[in-house]
Design a protein around this ligand. Structure first.
Ligand code: MG
Length: 370
């Protein structure tokens, strides 16, 4: 039984091109499966989340991160009586627009586009992937996803200005997205805040002492875990603590969102849409702890000197390849040369680079610039 404010699949605004119903999968389940079968989804496996493959094959990449976000999102959606099929599809697609090399790649690509008065945004790029770039079906370009999944792709992390983005007018930019979409960004944060502590600890870039000192929510659970498992290894004590941190964040998000929904007397998806703020939120106390956790990761891991060289390399590869293809568009694959006539060369180079895996872009770099 779904809550009255969940998105009912039978009330979906539907696909751009109508398709006959499937005998045993509803439209959001089909969208989930279309995302999983997309090429861009498979490429997430070879895209950096925080650590490149140089560190270890068992650290998160963008695909395993995506799977963690998906499971967390399903749990939260289920507990709130939301549509977990929609939440699942949205979580699976949430990082599909990311370029190679994690945030360093995104920064370099955006900077290269700025030189041409343009910009790169991974959410808008994700929409282009599912609307246009994926070619699997004879009847239409793209994946022909339902409105609610496309809306969630562009609204999961922030609100676009309707004046700046007239091309997105169909997505009701003046309204909040349904709760299923609102929770994805927060589930994303829960997933990476905890996973990055884990990979940071395992890589020895973060010590237990540093984490205990810099992340109060971790420290709060560490003492009791040590008392409960005094003989366990440091790593197992660490794992038990981290599990409690993750549970704490998920539990708080569920309870606090439920409380806000009740207090705002939300009865329907339309109420969620018209409410002035997003309703999915951590409580103020836990939100402060979440922020400490995140700030700690920025200061000590994402901006750590140990990762700096790698990030500089990543930015250089993207910047130089972008400049190379700007000067030598005849070396681009033919379909990109054709597209450049309509969309302009910078956008097409940006699309080409954004779709690459870490591995493929290095290959291109070797081929053209070494
Ligand atoms: Mg993510």
């Amino acid at each position: 039984m779904l809550a009255s404010y969940a998105v009912e699949v039978t009330r979906s605004r539907g696909r751009r091109i109508a398709e006959p119903p499937h005998p045993y999968r509803n439209d959001f389940q089909r969208d989930r499966d279309r995302v999983i079968h997309a090429r861009a989804f498979r490429r997430l496996e070879a895209k950096t989340q925080v650590f490149t493959r140089r560190y270890s094959d068992h650290f998160r990449n963008r695909l395993t991160h995506t799977l963690e976000v998906t499971q967390i999102s399903r749990t939260i959606a289920g507990a709130l009586g939301l549509n977990s099929d929609l939440a699942e599809a949205l979580a699976l697609v949430h990082d599909i627009g990311h370029p190679p090399f994690g945030h360093a790649g995104e920064k370099a690509l955006n900077a290269a586009m700025h030189e041409h008065g343009l910009f790169f945004d991974h959410n808008l790029h994700a929409l282009r992937i599912v609307e246009d770039f994926e070619q699997r079906y004879a009847a239409f370009r793209g994946l022909n996803l339902t409105f609610e999944v496309r809306e969630g792709i562009i609204k999961h992390s922030h609100d676009y200005d309707a004046n700046e983005h007239p091309e997105l007018a169909e997505y009701f930019l003046d309204q909040r997205p349904p709760l299923e979409a609102q929770l994805i960004d927060l589930a994303d944060e829960i997933a990476y805040n905890t996973a990055d502590l884990d990979d940071g600890f395992e890589s020895h870039l973060l010590s237990l002492e540093e984490i205990r000192e810099g992340v109060p929510i971790f420290e709060r659970f560490y003492g009791p875990v040590k008392q409960l498992y005094p003989e366990a290894s440091e790593k197992l004590q660490f794992n038990e603590t981290l599990k409690r941190v993750l549970n704490r964040l998920v539990d708080d998000l569920i309870r606090n969102t439920q409380k806000r929904v009740t207090e705002a007397a939300i009865q329907s998806v339309e109420d969620v849409r018209r409410y002035l703020q997003r309703l999915a939120a951590f409580s103020p106390a836990v939100d402060a702890e979440r922020k400490q956790n995140k700030d700690f990761l920025y200061e000590n891991l994402y901006f750590s000197p140990s990762l700096a060289d790698e990030k500089d390399d990543a930015e250089q590869v993207i910047t130089e390849l972008f400049a190379f293809w700007t000067a030598h568009p005849e070396t681009l694959p033919h379909q990109y040369q054709d597209k450049a006539k309509e969309e302009g060369l910078p956008r097409v180079i940006c699309d080409y680079i954004a779709g690459m895996t870490d591995h493929f872009i290095y290959e291109q770099y070797e081929k053209h610039l070494r």
